[in-house]
Write a protein that binds this ligand. Structure first.
Ligand code: IMP
Length: 443
């Protein structure tokens, strides 16, 4: 194989776990590089449905090393609940590793995430309330607690004795919430650390050795490019770096060791939480996509906002991640539509300007209205298609249209939840390296 990054190329929930699962078969190591328990990855394998939040989905395969990298934020309670549930279902944790440098989501992070969100009113972000933003904020402020700190009672005590009174000022005075007790947290989290200790190690060194041994490493992204802290629709983003560059900073692997970047996009677009979404459908089409695609958040159970495929964000994701090829998921969800719309560019509602690439993200993005090309639907089931040739003509035309608009080959198409509901058009790993062309900004 090679060292491959699988990255979400829309607003998260693109079906990355199915693609990672397909590629994990030939990987030696599967590593998550960012995010935390905000993620929800679903894999259907051997007739069973598995839902992952923190643990890389590669754990389904016996013998693969699965790593939670230093770029992640880990809620120890969620981690233990998840691993125990997976072990009950027969999966093994012998090769599971956690970076000693990964940050720990503490009770005050959870409390502050919820309180902050509630206080924002109509400026809310729609976070998953898993403490992600506050944990990363403390990491950046150099006040965070890392996995290694959980294992050393003295270090943990010193950090909590300094931190908890400060967090209590915020909780009590700003949010009118009860204070937390540093000693109780110390006792509880030191105990959790003892349970997790066996997994904690220097994962960057482990990966470095594996790179030297020519092992195959799969970097599993969570969330999506448009939720990236730097490159997404700020402030409606998560607090980590889901884009491909995050795989290097979030694991300690140099960019020269990465061979391929595969972008995962749904055949349409969904978004959970607040933030601009130009192709959103608030009508019966959106409702139909939500129902047929079972578009409900894995982590929070919130209904996902649904809309037509957006080539503008697609092109942007190709550029920001340096994608080599695409995996298009959930094509089968569109089987019952007579007509489909694809947004090829935006028009600025205020100035009338047109954009084929992302305009300055932020306030201006809210002004964008989609300009669509209508394509014929195929009105035939695609779930049993095994090769590109098996797909209905209009489905092929739909995929070809997307590939042309984004100027990138589609290597994989997913036509159902199971492993065998997959059409492999070309080898996603060993295809030619793409030379990225400059995007056009005007129509
Ligand atoms: P946070 O990551 O919980 O801080 O949430 C920030 C934004 O990212 C919110 O709009 C969430 O709905 C969104 N988000 C976080 N994780 C995921 C995910 O795994 N899939 C899709 N959206 C997510």
């Amino acid at each position: 194989m090679a060292n491959v990054i699988v990255v979400g190329a829309q607003f998260g929930d693109e079906g990355k776990a199915k693609v990672t699962d397909l590629l994990a078969r030939n990987a030696d190591i599967v590593v998550r590089y960012q995010g935390g328990a905000n993620a929800g990855h679903t894999v259907v394998a051997n007739g069973e449905t598995y839902k992952f939040h923190l643990i890389p989905s590669g754990i389904i395969y016996t013998g693969k090393i699965c790593i939670l990298g230093p770029g992640m934020v880990i809620d120890p309670k969620s981690f233990i609940a998840e691993i125990e549930a997976l072990k009950e279902r027969g999966l093994e944790d012998a090769n599971l590793k956690i970076s000693s440098a990964a940050h720990v989501t503490m009770p005050y992070h959870l409390a502050i995430d919820a309180a902050e969100e509630d206080s924002r009113g109509d400026q809310k972000i729609g976070t998953t309330k898993r403490g992600i933003g506050p944990t990363y904020a403390d990491k950046c402020a150099r006040s965070g607690i890392r996995m290694e700190d959980l294992l050393d009672r003295e270090v943990l005590k010193a950090k909590l004795d300094w931190m908890v009174p400060r967090k209590n000022v915020l909780l009590e005075r700003i949010y009118n919430l009860p204070p937390l007790n540093a000693e109780e947290i110390l006792n509880e989290y030191y105990e959790l650390g003892q349970k997790i200790k066996k997994y904690v190690t220097d994962t960057a060194a482990l990966i470095f050795e594996a790179v030297g041994d020519r092992k195959n490493i799969l970097f599993e992204g969570a969330q999506g490019t448009l939720l990236d802290l730097d490159h997404g629709t700020y402030p409606y983003v998560t607090s980590s770096s889901p884009a491909a560059g995050g795989a290097c900073t979030g694991t300690g692997v140099g960019p020269t060791s990465v061979d391929r970047v595969i972008g995962v996009m749904k055949a349409y677009v969904t978004r959970v939480g607040e933030g601009p979404f130009p192709t959103e459908l608030t009508d019966s089409f959106g409702q139909k996509i939500r129902e047929v695609g079972a578009e409900v958040g894995t982590t929070t159970g919130r209904p996902r906002r649904c809309g037509w495929f957006d080539a503008v964000i697609g092109r942007y994701a190709v550029r920001i991640n340096g994608l080599d090829c695409l995996a298009i998921t959930k094509l089968d969800v569109l089987d019952g539509f007579e007509e489909l719309q694809v947004c090829t560019h935006y028009r600025d509602r205020v100035t009338g300007e047109t954009f084929t690439d992302m305009p300055t993200i932020g306030s201006r993005y809210k002004q964008m209205e989609p300009v669509y090309t209508t394509l014929k639907g195929w009105l035939k089931p695609t779930t049993d298609c095994k090769k590109f040739a098996d797909l209905p003509e209009q489905a092929k035309a739909y995929l070809n249209f997307i590939a042309k608009e984004l100027d990138i080959p589609i290597a994989i198409v997913s036509v159902g939840p199971n492993r065998d509901n997959t059409v492999v058009i070309e080898d996603p790993i060993h295809g030619p390296k793409r030379v990225l062309s400059k995007p056009t900004t005007a129509v």
